[in-house]
Ligand binder design. Structure first.
Ligand SMILES: N[C@@H](CCC(=O)N[C@@H](CS)C(=O)NCC(=O)O)C(=O)O
Length: 209
């Protein structure tokens, strides 16, 4: 099996952190190019045209970070990053989804609608040009504000995002916070609980690798 990768991109990073935490090694093929596009060969092979993508030895293509992570969690249950029982699994899924929808997608909306290299690529994975809508940056910044507030509140009473153990929810939230920095949006200083968590999770070997 092989992972099609773009080593600098935020969604592949979610998978890299997950695999590092699990101590799983999979061979990688870099398909990101210097001009910040994906290689034409990859887009032909995989019309969803997004990374990461896991290709199994029988040719099956599995896209979507969390689908790939679940595949590996099923094969290698320990350490569990999706939760060990029904309640843990539900809370982790809930916070992971919030981190993705309210954090990753907001950071993506901001970056893709402002960076010059994405002038015709307002959304990922689209075969036709999708022009940027610069006004969306206002809404994206408001979304990130709300996301940071929500995380700060949750982390006041919880060591990690979904409870006492590190999980995929923390991985997605960490990648969202770092992705926002690409557009110069940082966690505000008056968010002590979020900053405490951020210092802790970003110093894990998996996050630094
Ligand atoms: N929903 C997808 C999102 C993947 C995604 O947006 N990947 C970006 C890199 S972070 C991408 O492939 N971009 C391609 C492009 O910009 O052309 C997932 O969960 O894997």
């Amino acid at each position: 099996m092989k992972i099609y990768d773009w080593h600098i991109a935020p969604n592949p990073r979610r998978l890299h952190i997950f695999l590092h935490e699990k101590q799983i090694e999979v061979s990688l093929e870099e398909v990101g190019q210097a001009d910040l596009t994906l290689s034409p060969d990859f887009k032909e092979r995989y019309p969803h045209a997004m990374v990461p993508m896991l290709e199994l030895d029988d040719g099956t293509c599995i896209g979507e970070v969390m689908a790939i992570c679940r595949f590996f969690e099923d094969l290698n249950p320990e350490p569990s990053l999706f939760g060990k029982n029904a309640k843990e699994r539900a809370l982790i899924a809930m916070w992971e989804n919030r981190a993705n929808e309210e954090g990753m997608l907001a950071a993506s909306e901001l970056f893709r609608n402002t960076h010059p290299a994405f002038a015709d690529r307002g959304l990922p994975g689209a075969p036709a040009a999708i022009p940027q809508i610069p006004e969306l940056q206002i809404r994206a910044k408001a979304r990130l504000d709300r996301f940071f507030n929500k995380l700060n509140q949750q982390l006041e009473t919880s060591q990690f995002l979904a409870g006492p153990r590190f999980s995929v929810a923390d991985i997605t939230a960490l990648c969202a916070v770092d992705f926002a920095k690409w557009s110069k949006v940082e966690v505000p200083e008056d968010h002590p609980h979020l900053l405490r968590w951020y210092a802790e999770v970003r110093s894990r070997p998996s996050a630094k690798a």
